[in-house]
Design a protein around this ligand. Sequence first.
Ligand code: PEP
Ligand code: MN
Length: 337
Amino acid sequence: MIIVMKHNASRESIERIKEDISEMGVQVHEVEGEKYCILGLVGDTTVIDPKQIEANEEVEKIVHVQEPYKKANRLFHPHDSIIPVGSELIGGTKLAVMAGPCSVESEEQIVELARQVKKSGATFLRGGAFKPRTSPYSFQGMGLDGLELLKIAKKETGLPIVTEIMSPKMVEKFVEDVDVIQVGARNMQNFDLLKELGKTNKPILLKRGLAATIEEFLMSAEYIMSEGNENVILCERGIRTYETYTRNTLDLSAVPVIKKHSHLPVIIDPSHAGGIWWLVEPLAKAAVAVGADGLMIEVHNNPAKAKSDGSQSLKPEKFHSLMEKLSMVAKAVDREI
Ligand code: PEP
Ligand code: MN
């Protein structure tokens, strides 16, 4: 962090700022130019609130030379993080494929879908039990009963389960029952929830907020990691733009940008990004080509009767043929599916 003082800043005020900062354990190096005095700070600057320093009338501006996230930053962890989940790894050469319905609807539905997606090569079963719906009158998910059905599907197929948590009160239950805990787009900045999940050691799938910048996204990962849980997987699922044709706009560049700045694995959810079933295939191919570590794809045996997100769900046969095509794209970028 660099503090640029105003050209007429008094010596007294420069010394006061230097003293305040040194007291916080951060080294201050002063560079006195003809017009400006510059203070270069070295050390753990997370203890400093830049807004407080900027409130000083004799401070011109603050320049950040480092990102505000530390644990998620590649600078301090140069190698890619690989997150183990049971016998699977997320972030290695093999792509993680999380497939299943938007919502768990019945035992028959979830067990049958789990069998089908597994046969096609999925490595995780996804399914929502607690659903964050835009309308309070829409299906809200089966709740705890849905969680029980996911456990049955896991027992039948061996697929680890990924499902969304909405309340900090449910953390203990999810830690017990779930393999990967999903934090949905709408809760990306539910900081109480993130902090509670940070106290566990469960893998957390953190989805990008509806209108979150990449830095805000990484700061949410930092909330979880700063509490001690470094098992975070990021998920780009489209962001809100002026375009209305698609449900969201898939930000493909987020993958290489995040990978440049962070060591965390990044997967893509083409289903919620496009919002239309026939867009899932081209977006999934692009996701693999751009370097994503995996995919989250909604699959339903009867999309026309689905209780949520039917229009973006693939039928199992379509998912099967998609997986075959994706294996060729994966090979082209030295990955496996
Ligand atoms: C979901 O995965 O079903 C979901 C609600 O996703 P998002 O939080 O990305 O909207
Ligand atoms: Mn959905």
